[in-house]
Ligand binder design. Sequence first.
Ligand SMILES: [Zn+2]
Length: 80
Amino acid sequence: MSWANYNCPVCNEVAKEALPRLGDFVEIVCETNCGRYRITGTAMGTIRYQEPKVRRALLESAKAVASADDREVPIITSYL
Ligand SMILES: [Zn+2]
């Protein structure tokens, strides 16, 4: 696995993208704030229009779903 520099779509800090892409999502590692998560292409296209607090809420709900499902990496699928 390799990494490309990327701006975190949730908090806009410098983050990394896991490459190669494995499907219709991007895997991001944001060491500053958000940790490791995935975001679908669709959500990627829409999240930038959301308020920062909404983005944060999307990540939090993705994390809640991931831990409820015992999944390793949260996935942001679309806006609330
Ligand atoms: Zn972030």
